[in-house]
Design a binder for this molecule. Structure first.
Ligand code: PLP
Length: 495
């Protein structure tokens, strides 16, 4: 049976999985969702004996039903290979009673590699399947990590170009260096004088412009998105929650059917939505704990039912979660409104016009598995120091937000359910903030000296992705105003 996809904002217009991946965003501005959430076809016991790649196939084939077995296995083989520095792909590390699911062993040492290493292959396969002739132009707004992971994934993939916009003053120095040194003749990186939401809004506007689309087509291009709004980003993320449960079961840390909680440091709501999908597939997940930094729009939403972006935007030491419009939340809204597009349309209109919306009590009742928590910057640092002093294990700032929220949750509720914490970045990616927390004397060191000090402190070798930054030449140096984003795209594509 073919699982079809539709927009969160309309009742008609069914498309296949490969078409949804190609289009990225639906024509009406909605996000593609499956018409029903599929179930796993194997038991957790069977899955517990599988490799990451085998698990990926079992999970993804349930969502991407128009891909053949050969096509999907080929995409998986190309994605989850030696680009990852461990065969396990996503290892679990037990520290102080929780299981840290390390999602940062790919090319750019952050969790977005988990999906962005496979997305280019899903896309180029989707192009072939749909007899499309246009060149794909990936247009991406990034708060730091997506950009580099997308660039690394798409660099020199034939039939594609990738253009990345990032907030010039809103990413870490290492993140910026990673992006501006990107190789590949089809890669373009531009800083904007604005924050991530400005970048995201600018990109969304270009995606929504029928006039621009028409001009692109005439030149033989079509836009697609590598942002987490693309269903081809979301589906690969479901895999590691299934894998984590299966591994813990296989190792006897969980017994069959025992519940597992997950804590996810959240910004755009993609990663935690993937955990929600995993739960619907049949993984015995208990609570879905959403961890926010000071931009706690999701925490407030979960505690009041009101989503309100009318607030100050705060730059924090977990910059990849500095987000006030959590795009993927639209999918959850759609699901808890019993798949009624009219409800999503109304709420998203409110969000656009007034910057806020409130869901009904009935919808709120469907969020009972979710919990929210927050950590401010000081608490984030404390969480890093606490775990380091207790166990020697060093967290990055994003994971530390989740770690803090988990401790708080455990204290407040007494819930001792086994818990997996999504570990979304290597501490080497945010070395300065991390070292500030564990080694007060390191403040005067240069970025690269800090990396070496962190390596000694954590007793972990410097990842290759960071090592190569020492000598990589800068290849991208353009900066533009938010209003000039489209002009930059037109220049690059020669429109
Ligand atoms: C993107 C990112 C997040 C937030 O993930 P979402 O899917 O946007 O909620 C958290 N941590 C890191 C390191 C990230 O790069």
């Amino acid at each position: 049976m073919n699982l079809m996809y539709k927009s969160t904002r309309s009742e008609d217009g069914l498309v296949t999985a490969s078409q949804a991946i190609l289009q990225g965003l639906a024509a009406d501005g909605g996000l593609f969702v499956p018409t029903e959430l599929p179930k796993l076809s194997l038991s957790m016991e069977q899955l517990s004996k599988m490799t990451y790649q085998e698990t990926a196939y079992e999970v993804m084939k349930r969502f991407l039903t128009d891909f053949t077995e050969e096509e999907l296995k080929d995409c998986i083989r190309r994605a989850y290979d030696e680009k990852f520095d461990t065969e396990e792909i996503a290892p679990l590390v037990k520290a102080d009673g929780a299981y840290y699911l390390e999602l940062f062993h790919g090319a750019t040492i952050a969790f977005k590699d988990m999906a962005l290493s496979i997305l280019p292959h899903l896309m180029t396969t989707a192009v072939k399947k749909n007899n499309s002739r246009e060149e794909i132009v990936i247009l991406t707004a990034t708060s730091g990590d997506t950009g580099k992971a997308a660039l690394a994934g798409f660099a020199d993939v034939s039939g594609t170009k990738i253009i990345v916009f990032y907030p010039k003053h809103g990413v870490s120095p290492i993140q910026e260096k990673q992006m501006v040194t990107q190789r590949g003749d089809n890669t373009f990186v531009i800083g904007i004088e604005g924050n991530f939401d400005d970048a995201q809004t600018g990109v969304k506007r270009m995606f929504g412009s029928a006039e621009l689309k028409e001009r692109l087509l005439r030149k033989g291009f079509r836009f697609s998105s590598a942002n987490s709004i693309n269903i081809g980003r979301l589906v690969p993320q479901v895999v590691y929650y299934v894998y984590a449960y299966a591994k813990l079961l296989g190792e006897g840390e969980l017994t069959a059917g025992e519940l597992m909680n997950v804590v996810v440091p959240t910004g755009n709501f993609g990663n935690i939505l993937a955990a929600y999908y995993a739960k619907h597939m049949g993984v015995p997940i208990g609570k879905l704990i959403c961890a926010s930094n000071e931009n706690k729009v999701l925490y407030d939403f979960l505690s009041t039912g009101c989503y309100d972006r009318n607030r100050e935007f705060i730059l924090t030491n977990s910059p990849s979660m500095d987000i006030l419009i959590s795009s993927n939340l639209e999918r959850l809204i759609y699901h808890i409104a019993d798949d009624q597009a009219s409800v999503t349309v109304e709420l998203m209109e409110r969000l656009k016009n007034e910057g806020r919306y409130t869901i009904t009590e009935g919808m709120r009742a469907k969020l009972s598995d979710f919990r929210g928590g927050t950590a401010n910057q000081k608490e984030t640092g404390e969480a890093i120091a606490r775990l380091y002093e207790k166990t020697g294990y060093v967290l990055d700032t994003h994971t530390a937000v989740a770690s803090y929220v988990y401790e708080q949750y455990r204290r407040q509720t007494g819930d001792t359910t086994k818990t997996v914490i999504a570990s979304t970045a290597s501490p080497f990616k945010f070395a300065r903030s991390v070292m500030e927390a564990v080694d007060a004397g390191s403040g005067a060191l240069s970025d690269m000296e800090l990396i070496d000090r962190l390596s000694e402190t954590a007793n972990v070798p410097v990842p290759e992705a960071v090592e190569e930054l020492r000598t990589a030449p800068i290849r991208h140096d353009r900066v533009c105003e938010t209003e000039a984003m489209q002009a930059e795209v037109e220049r690059i594509l020669g429109l």
